[in-house]
Design a protein around this ligand. Structure first.
Ligand code: AMP
Length: 435
C-alpha cells in the first residue's frame, strides 16, 4: 500500500493537532483503508482486531463529519459490548476531539443512570454506549434520536456472543432509517455476515489480517524491567557483556530514542546512531547506509522508521518497550533472523506492558519465554511521572478485564472506587505476570 499520511486523509487541523498530541505518526492499515470510505459516506464493514488502531479508524471520520457542537441531540452513536470498551472508546474519542467543542458521553450499566441522564440534558453530540443501558435511558424518554446520522457497532461478534441482538434490533427500530452504518468485528462468522446483510446498505468491506507469523529462526525472550532507567542499565549491560554485532533497539517514542541514543553514545557503547521521523531524509539515508555497511554497532529507531529498514543480518533486536500496535512487534523482530540466519529478539516490559506481551503471544500464537534479570543489574527507582503512567495503564487494563460481566441485564452493582488506583485496597502488588 502506498504510504499515506494523516494529512493525505484530509482531516482538519483540529484533528491533526490531536493526532500529534496522541503521538500517532502514521495511519495504520485499517485507518488508511477505512477513513476515506467513511468520509465519503459509505456503509462499512471493518474486520480488524484490537491493536490495529480500529477505534481511531471510525472515530476520526465521525469527528470530521460532525465537526462542532450543535443543538441538543445526539448525532453519532457508538455501541460496544462492555463498559470497559465503552470507556476506552470514550477516552480515544475525547482525546481526538480535544481541539473541538464536541460533547461526548459514555453510558453504561453498573452505576445509576442519573448522572448520565443529566449530562445528556445539557446537550450531547456523540454517545458511546452499551446496548442495554442505551435502551433503558431511551425508554425513559431521555434520548432523542432524530438527529442521529451515524451508527457504529464495535466488536459486533462479541455483542452477538453476549446476547445483545434483541437490544440492537430495538435500537435499530428507534433511530432514523437514513443514516450511515459502520460495523466492526474481529472475526467474521456467518452470524456477523447475516447481521451485516440486515443492517448495512451496499457496504464497503475493509479487512486487515494482522501479520502474525514470526519466523522460527528468531529466538524470542522477554524480561520484566520496572522502569526506563533500569532498562537503560540492562541495555548497557548487554552491550558490554554479550557478543552483539549489529543491534537494532526499538522505542515507541522519538524522545526515548533520542535519550537512549545520547546515553549509549556518551558511554561509548556504539558506534551508534538514531533514526526517527524528525531526522531529515538525507540523514536517515546516510544512517541506514552506515548500519548496512556494518559501521554501526547499535541503531536506535522508532517503529515508523523501522518499516523501511532492510538489513539482512541484524544480530539482535531489542524492544526497549512493547509496542501498542501489536503488528509492530512482528515488524520489529522481523529485522533479525532474515535470510535463514538466526536472530535474537529481546523485549523489555514494565509491569503495565506485561499485558501487551500476553496479547502479542496470542497474535503470534506462541509463548515468549521470560527470563530473569541478572542479579547485578541495578534496579532504579521509577520517576513520579513514570510511576503514574504505569499505574494509569494498569488501571485501564483492569477495567478491560471484566470477568464478572454477565450481559446487559446482569451488570454489576456500582462500586465506583473499586477499580481506582487511589483505593489502597487496589495497590497493585506486583511482580506477577498478568495473563
Ligand atoms: P485499537 O486497535 O483501536 O484498540 O488501538 C490500539 C492502540 O494503538 C491504542 O493504544 C491506540 O492509541 C494506538 N494507535 C491507534 N492509531 C495509531 C497510529 N496511527 N499510530 C500509533 N498508534 C496508534
Amino acid at each position: 500500500m502506498p504510504s499515506t499520511s494523516f494529512q493525505d486523509l484530509k482531516l482538519n487541523r483540529q484533528l491533526l493537532n490531536a493526532i500529534d498530541d496522541a503521538r500517532y505518526e502514521k495511519p495504520t492499515a485499517i485507518q488508511q483503508k477505512a477513513i476515506p470510505l467513511v468520509l465519503n459516506g459509505h456503509d462499512l464493514m471493518g474486520i480488524a482486531q484490537t491493536g490495529t488502531g480500529k477505534t481511531a479508524a471510525f472515530v476520526l471520520p465521525i469527528l470530521m463529519k460532525i465537526k462542532y457542537a450543535q443543538g441538543q441531540n445526539v448525532r453519532a452513536l457508538i455501541l460496544a459490548p462492555t463498559k470497559e470498551l465503552v470507556l476506552q472508546i470514550e477516552e480515544v474519542t475525547k482525546q481526538l476531539a480535544s481541539y473541538t467543542d464536541l460533547r461526548i458521553l459514555a453510558i453504561y450499566g453498573g452505576i445509576g443512570p442519573k448522572t448520565q441522564i443529566e449530562k445528556m440534558e445539557s446537550g450531547i453530540d456523540i454517545i458511546v454506549a452499551t446496548p442495554g443501558r442505551f435502551m433503558d435511558i431511551y425508554l425513559r424518554g431521555n434520548i432523542h434520536t432524530k438527529q442521529l446520522k451515524t451508527l457504529v457497532l464495535d466488536e459486533a461478534d462479541k455483542m452477538m456472543d453476549m446476547g445483545f441482538m434483541p437490544q440492537i434490533r430495538k435500537i435499530l427500530e428507534v433511530i432514523p432509517v437514513k443514516r450511515q452504518n459502520l460495523l466492526f468485528s474481529a472475526t467474521m462468522p456467518d452470524r456477523v455476515l447475516a447481521l451485516s446483510d440486515e443492517f448495512l446498505k451496499y457496504p464497503e468491506r475493509v479487512e486487515v489480517a494482522p501479520q502474525a507469523t514470526t519466523i522460527d529462526t528468531i529466538k524470542q525472550v522477554f524480561y520484566e524491567i520496572p522502569n526506563v532507567r533500569t532498562k537503560i542499565n540492562f541495555v548497557e549491560y548487554l552491550l558490554q557483556t554479550e557478543k552483539f554485532t549489529r543491534v537494532l533497539v526499538f522505542t515507541k517514542t522519538k524522545l526515548t530514542a533520542d535519550n537512549l541514543f545520547k546515553y549509549l553514545d556518551r558511554k561509548k557503547l556504539g558506534p551508534t546512531r538514531v533514526l526517527h521521523s524528525n531526522k531529515g531524509q538525507n540523514t536517515r539515508i546516510h544512517t541506514m547506509q552506515l548500519f548496512k555497511e556494518g559501521e554501526l554497532k547499535v541503531l536506535v529507531a522508532t517503529d515508523v522508521a523501522s518499516r523501511g529498514i532492510d538489513v539482512s543480518d541484524v544480530s539482535h533486536v531489542i524492544n526497549f518497550d512493547v509496542p501498542n500496535l501489536y503488528e509492530d512487534y512482528v515488524h520489529r523482530i522481523g529485522r533479525t533472523g532474515r535470510a535463514e540466519k538466526t536472530g535474537v529478539a529481546i523485549t523489555f516490559a514494565n509491569e503495565a506492558e506485561l499485558f501487551h506481551i500476553a496479547n502479542i503471544e496470542k497474535l503470534i500464537r506462541k509463548p515468549i519465554p521470560q527470563k530473569k534479570l541478572p542479579k547485578h543489574i541495578k534496579i532504579e527507582e521509577s520517576t513520579f511521572d513514570e510511576q503514574q503512567d504505569i499505574a494509569r495503564s494498569i488501571d485501564h487494563q483492569k477495567r478491560k478485564e471484566d470477568p464478572t460481566f454477565k450481559g446487559a441485564f446482569h451488570e454489576k452493582k456500582a462500586r465506583p472506587d473499586r477499580d481506582s488506583k487511589w483505593n489502597p485496597k487496589n495497590k497493585v502488588k506486583g511482580k506477577k505476570r498478568r495473563r
